[in-house]
Design a protein around this ligand. Structure first.
Ligand SMILES: Nc1ncnc2c1ncn2[C@@H]1O[C@H](COP(=O)(O)OP(=O)(O)OP(=O)(O)O)[C@@H](O)[C@H]1O
Ligand SMILES: [Mg+2]
Length: 501
């Protein structure tokens, strides 16, 4: 056997420390926006045990600023310096069970995504410490030296600092000026609209912390308390909650719970709009993934189903612990994650079953509404595997009128009705119903038409053996009349009075 010679690589070392100026600028573009950036700072406050977080924004000042003050544990100066370091913690380190952080980056990258001046003021055991990153200074010096400020009482936001706690201040808000750097009014308007968007996000993302008689967290924006938005509408009596399922995995338990939101008619307009969010209910159906009670994914089926009109009230809460971060590929912004394969398989079954049942209930409800009605105006007809809606020529209103017409005109009248039926604008309806179903309604009926309808239906029903005291119930089984019952009821009373007298 020949000898095996191992060639050892000959190496030299040179210094390749990253350039501070370019690396820190790169931290501005992790893809945060105002809402995810604010949420990241609030995560830190929650992890530090804060019970109150005050978000203050001065949008009209010469130099607008945003501050987040919390009454959490605060930091010593050494801890503050560590906190300001980029990559202060390693993502592979084990975290406390309720820690919302992962990378040791959030404070810096979230802040730099919005501003060029990040100051952190913190107080613990009566000692106040203050440190600042000013990106313009880093750009000039191109090194990692952090400024410590020895007279913090002069810093904007100092008066927000509690006995123990931390204030994060963002200045030089270049990314929030909306391109109106020199137009103060427009700039303020833009910032305020961004803030109101962010407000909805924060109320949603932290809803589990904000809920209950004794909430874990009080959050306010410029002094106004923010109320939680529960995307599962858990406390609404009409929300359907399936039993919780537990998926036991090596790294911890995943909890899965399917919810069906109440129909929009059973919710107040405010509730409906809040749970639907800016994108509406169609886009908000799907999975809601919580990491340590903090919402990280709000809606969408992550490729497990399609968002359809029939399933728009379906929402599944999925709870994961922070021990699964690597498997779920939790990103720095805590705004995205990917399903690990074992969870995906199991969840796929849950989603298919849930979505399937929901579609069936929806369909059969629609079918029932038409089928159970005596004398519907439209008939639902199944033909060659397709569903057709046809005006019901046997409807008493149509029949009574047709019978009064001479033979030749009667045929023409029925033809007109058939043409109305085959001219039903299915595609337009479809397009309108997707995403905006609540806004599509039937046309109004005049008082005369309604009277004609109630009279001829009542006469026919009685001719068909329906007793007069059952007329009201029978007429109300007609969806058309049910929604107009307030107007229809006096007409029926009138009819009965004239009949009996
Ligand atoms: N409001 C605060 N109160 C007390 N300590 C804080 C506060 N904000 C940050 N810290 C400390 O600073 C550290 C760094 O925060 P940073 O947000 O950069 O990283 P992280 O929260 O550890 O992880 P991630 O990158 O996932 O957010 C935290 O781990 C924490 O120790
Ligand atoms: Mg953090």
């Amino acid at each position: 056997m020949g000898t095996v010679t191992r060639n050892k690589l000959e190496t030299r070392e040179v210094d390749a420390t990253p350039y501070a100026a370019s690396l820190i600028e790169g931290h501005r573009d992790f893809g945060y926006n105002l809402e995810t950036a604010l949420a990241d700072i609030i995560d830190n406050a929650i992890t530090a045990g804060a019970r109150t977080v005050e978000l203050i924004a001065d949008t009209v000042a010469d130099e607008p600023w945003i501050a987040l003050a919390d009454d959490g544990s605060g930091m010593t100066e050494t801890e503050l310096v560590e906190a300001m370091r980029l990559g202060s913690k390693n993502p592979t380190d084990e975290r406390e069970a309720e820690d919302l952080g992962r990378f040791g980056l959030g404070l810096k990258s979230a802040s730099f995504s919005q501003c060029r001046g990040l100051t952190v003021l913190t107080r613990q055991d009566d000692r106040t410490s203050c440190a600042r990153w000013d990106l313009d200074r880093v750009a000039k010096r191109n090194d990692w030296s952090l400024e410590l400020i020895d007279n913090p009482e002069l810093v904007t936001g100092h008066d927000l600092l509690p006995e123990t706690g931390t204030v994060v201040i963002w200045e030089k808000l270049d990314r929030l000026s909306g391109g109106y750097a020199h137009d103060r009014a427009k700039r303020a308007e833009h910032m305020n609209s961004e803030l109101s968007h962010a407000e909805h996000h924060l109320r949603l993302v932290f809803h589990r912390f904000l809920e209950g008689a004794k909430p874990r967290l009080k959050l306010s924006l410029n002094g106004r308390p923010l109320k939680p938005i529960d995307p599962m509408a858990t406390s609404h009596a009409a929300t359907q909650k399936d039993p919780e399922e537990i998926l036991r995995l090596r790294q911890g338990d995943v909890l899965i719970r399917c919810h069906t939101l109440p129909h929009h008619k059973r919710m107040s307009r405010e509730e409906w709009e809040e749970t639907g969010g800016p994108e509406g209910h169609l886009k908000s159906q799907g999975l809601y993934v919580y990491r340590e009670k903090r919402l990280i994914i709000a809606g969408g089926w992550l490729g497990l189903a399609r968002q359809t009109e029939l399933t728009k009230l379906c929402r599944i809460a999925v709870d994961i612990p922070n021990t699964m971060d690597a498997e779920w590929k939790i990103d720095v912004k805590k705004a995205s994650a990917q399903l690990p394969p074992v969870v995906r398989e199991r969840l796929k079954k849950v989603v298919e079953r849930f979505v399937g049942t929901s579609k069936r209930t929806y369909r059969s409800r629609g079918q029932k509404l038409v089928d159970e009605t005596r004398f519907p105006i439209w008939n639902r007809v199944q033909k060659d595997g397709q569903i057709v809606f046809r005006p019901n020529l046997e409807h008493p209103v149509f029949r009574t009128y047709a019978e009064q017409l001479p033979e030749d005109l009667r045929e023409g009248f029925e033809r007109c009705l058939r043409i109305v039926g085959s001219g039903l604008p299915i595609e337009t309806l479809h397009a309108e119903l997707v995403g905006n179903a609540e806004a599509v309604t039937a046309d109004e009926t005049s008082a005369n038409d309604l009277e004609e309808l109630v009279y001829s239906l009542a006469v026919t029903l009685m001719e068909n053996g329906v007793p007069s005291d059952a007329l009201s119930d029978t007429l109300q089984s007609n969806p058309f009349l049910r929604v107009r019952w307030e107007a229809a009821a006096p007409i029926l009373e009138d009819f009965l009075r004239t009949r009996i007298s």
